[in-house]
Design a protein around this ligand. Structure first.
Ligand code: C2E
Ligand code: MG
Ligand code: MG
Ligand code: MG
Length: 291
């Protein structure tokens, strides 16, 4: 936990276990108030289609702008609140922000889809489908502009539970994506039965593919598997131009990564969209230090 908590900085800082638990306890107990105060914010990372370089959407990535700890990564606090009912509050909050944003873009004739990350806990919550359906209706957003990402490891952890919920979710007309693909233990027979539209290749393979033949082979195999299953395939964590070229050659459909842009607050994201900074620029470097 300590190693993951603050990434590079914590390696120098090395909090004691006591401090780690204190911080975790604070995050859990302060979460609801943080939502009310507007300290839980959403950043957007563009998703680009490789065939024509079009920005077709964005992934919504949540951040906690904490008065004491600074910008806290979801990798730290999502896990901390997962064991509490707060994970449902997080999803409702993120959906409120995202659906209002899609609505605003649609009103301005900018058709962008937005991907929202789900925790397995969200799928298991009793009012989950009701909440999603209700919010879609409230904001009048075409359901196909909303994507839900669920990690391969959580879908596969309890397939008998997740499958019926995913089917109901798909029936609402939203799109479904399997995140961090390649790191879990998918049964291919089971995967084929999931009502999914998209597969996201885990960034560990994408980051290694330019230098590691094994990673290159895995990415290529996932692109083929996805296409054979009729799915859109997205590479995340694209940092180098060479990686992008390789993905284009493989026929990968979409990409996300620091090469294009870091996750950005919405105003910066809109500026990025307008200027469409040339490849290689990293406009969010000073804005979103989270990795
Ligand atoms: P994820 O959904 O796999 O998101 C991708 C992560 O990779 C994000 O980290 C993103 O900032 C980072 N990333 C994107 N491009 C690059 C790149 O080129 N290089 C590198 N090194 N990293 C890149 P982030 O924002 O810290 O999010 C971590 C995880 O937290 C997410 O992984 C997702 O599982 C979870 N998460 C984020 N937002 C939410 C949310 O609203 N709800 C839930 N339940 N989980 C969330
Ligand atoms: Mg994701
Ligand atoms: Mg569908
Ligand atoms: Mg991922």
């Amino acid at each position: 936990l300590a190693a993951r908590a603050g990434q590079e900085t914590l390696q120098l800082y090395r909090p004691s276990m006591g401090e780690v638990y204190r911080r975790r306890f604070q995050l859990v107990t302060q979460f609801r108030q943080a939502v009310e105060q507007g300290d839980i914010v959403v950043h957007y990372q563009p998703k680009v289609r490789l065939s024509d370089d079009e920005v077709i959407g964005a992934e919504a990535l949540v951040r906690w702008s904490h008065p004491e700890f600074g910008l806290v990564s979801p990798a730290e606090f999502v896990e901390a609140i997962e064991t509490t009912g707060s994970i449902e509050i997080l999803l409702e909050h993120v959906l409120d922000i995202v659906l209002a944003q899609i609505q605003a873009w649609t009103a301005r004739d900018r058709r962008l889809s937005v991907s929202v990350n789900l925790s397995m806990r969200n799928l298991l919550a009793e009012r989950f489908l009701e909440t999603v359906a209700g919010q879609l209706e409230r904001y009048g957003v075409p359901p196909e502009l909303l994507l839900f990402e669920i990690t391969e490891s959580s879908v596969m952890a309890r397939p008998e539970v997740s499958l019926p919920v995913l089917r109901d979710l798909a029936n609402l007309g939203v799109q479904l994506s399997v995140d961090d693909f390649g790191t879990g233990y998918s049964s291919l027979a089971y995967l084929r039965r999931l009502p999914i539209d998209e597969m996201k290749i885990d960034k560990s393979f994408v980051q290694g593919m330019a230098t590691d033949m094994g990673d290159h082979a895995i990415v290529k195999a996932i692109v083929e598997l996805a296409h054979n299953l009729g799915l859109v395939v997205v590479a995340e964590g694209v940092e180098g131009a060479e990686t992008k070229t390789m993905l284009e050659k493989m026929g990968c459909d979409q990409m996300q990564g620091f090469l294009l842009s870091r996750p950005l607050p919405v105003d910066k994201f809109e500026t990025w969209l307008k200027t469409r900074a040339s490849v290689g620029d990293d406009p969010g470097g000073d804005i979103d230090p989270l990795r």
